[in-house]
Design a protein around this ligand. Sequence first.
Ligand code: 9YT
Length: 137
Amino acid sequence: MIVRTLQEARAGRRRVCAENWESVRLVLREDGMGFSFHITTIREGTRTPIWYKHHLEAVYCIDGEGEIEDLDTGLRHPIRPGTLYALDRHDRHVLHCRRTLQLACVFNPALRGDEVHDADGAYPPAEDQEANAAAAP
Ligand code: 9YT
């Protein structure tokens, strides 16, 4: 059984920061669960283009206010506490944050832990990371 707190995870390497967000990765690939589980904070007033080409993600809003814009349909959906969205089609989207968002996020396949978005708003596929790790001295 794994038991850990947000507070202790925030204090170590499980906290990853990017320009528009910070993510505390409570469950990672090394935990062997088949998914990773993160608490993500999105900075107020930001606009974040995202395209998880290699992952599926479900996102549940705990607090804050924003919108998710589906770039394929042009539709914008409000995000409020209690809203869930699931990127079941590797959907290209933009996350608009009106008031600081606290989100619980689940990724499949699991993240390794240090990933930040590339130029497309994606994370690398799990296989590439394994190959890179194997090639490292
Ligand atoms: C909602 C979203 O995907 N935000 C970017 C950060 C991501 N949730 C992560 O790596 O935790």
